[in-house]
Design a protein around this ligand. Sequence first.
Ligand code: SIN
Length: 546
Amino acid sequence: MNNSLNFDFLVIGSGIAGLSTALHLSQQGKVAIVTKRNIEESNTKYAQGGIACVIDRLNDSYEKHCADTLLAGGNVCDEEIVRKIIKEGPVAIEHLISLGIKFTKSNEMNSRTKSNDFDLGKEGGHTERRVLHAGDITGFEIEKGLVEGCKKNSNIEIFEKYIAIDLLSSKSNNNSNENSIQGAFVLDIDNNKVISFTAGSTIVASGGAGKIYLYTSNPDIACGSGVAMCYRANAQIANMEFFQFHPTILFHPDAKSFLISETVRGEGGTLKKITPDGKFVEFMDEYHKLKSLAPRDIVARAIDNELKKSGDDCVYIDITHRDEEYLKKRFPNIFEKCMEYGINMSKTPIPVVPAAHYSCGGVQTDVNGWTGITGLYVVGEAAHTGFHGANRLASNSLLEASVISKLAAIDISKKVEGFKKIQAKQEVQKWTCGDATNSDELVVISHNWDEIRRFMWDYVGIVRTQKRLERAKTRIRNIRYEINRYYWDFNITSDLIELRNIASVAEIIIDSALQRKESRGLHYNSDYPKTSEKYKNTIIEKNKEF
Ligand code: SIN
């Protein structure tokens, strides 16, 4: 294969945001999708709860969904963007259905809700039932439908086991200082070869960054590569201190990252702790009027507080009032997984702990996913549109990704010729760094990785203090210095690429948290427990050093 490949559009990442954007863009030209594992591997695949959308027009309304989103978001969401995304929701759902994705119907669940035939679930912070789902494997079904759509499309070429290293960033020769992105340097993992993918528009859809933390619901791929690459390409990064911790991940020594969906609480499951004499008792009434269905930031902090007070390893979700037949039908995947670990959820409460789940901050974009940089768009979890504010409402992210992917494709169609004119005057950047070889530093890389994940959990987790944040800052500086000084120019491996990205994003989160001298939404600093009256987004731009 050549060291350089040219497409009209380059999409980095293969979750709902990347695949949907690729499908929309395929109507305008040739699209390359690069993805670092197999095409299905993405955060989307593991989403259980569903996709929030106003479907039940009798009981629900756009106004109600907007109000819930704004309230959960600490009243700092971009209201115009919230309205736009929520109103575009039904059209985005139609698109998913047109690809053959099947959402559970109410008659399959014994006709509990009769809204246009769909069974609508409920999650924390939603005042109405509005979560479309496919059993409890919604993300898996959505991913499957989108992958099939992309594979059938002759304008889309898929590159699996290709990991993006950096964006191809150029400046104009005429001193206009116009920064432009013309594609990306990508490592072909199997062949240890760096390839330049050039394109008129590059769409970063690389998903989340949960692997920055020791405990996470995210799969191994979630290393924050989009935010890290865009930061290095001089994009603005917004509000990274707002990292969402999902309150309920299965607690079992052999279970890795398995989510117990909030929809289990939506169907009546309650959070309980165990007393010294072995009784299960509820505790959420001490923290919020919505009890077990309070917004996530409140539930995660309440659990953290209970665990710190008691010294216990976990709390529990009790849904034993529902019978086995119902639970198997509504939560087939969760039921089966719990049984693998000897837990019959119809008989025993499920042990759970909080874990890092979703990055509400990201690369600053407008409602079309445009970063303001020629040729560069960001969609999905890697982006910050202002939709989630200081705390994302459950199941709003699949909605955001599917709406923005279409808006991005429309916006690109209007801007692409202008991008090309600017890019024609620029020289395409050449790969000048180290070779792709097997590193003899693998042990050091994995130890650095572990160190970052551990101190991020201890110092930059659910409850923060200035001292903890400052300690984290000192450590991350050393690690980033080592990566740049000792490894980067010598041998590039996919492990090193990921380490470099998690280190960059960890530092961005720490810097953002240090700047926010208040507590709001997902950012809780016990040295600044109050919410300030004035609100400002936290914006981080590239540090001159690295
Ligand atoms: C869940 O099912 O609890 C996760 C849904 C989400 O994070 O949006």
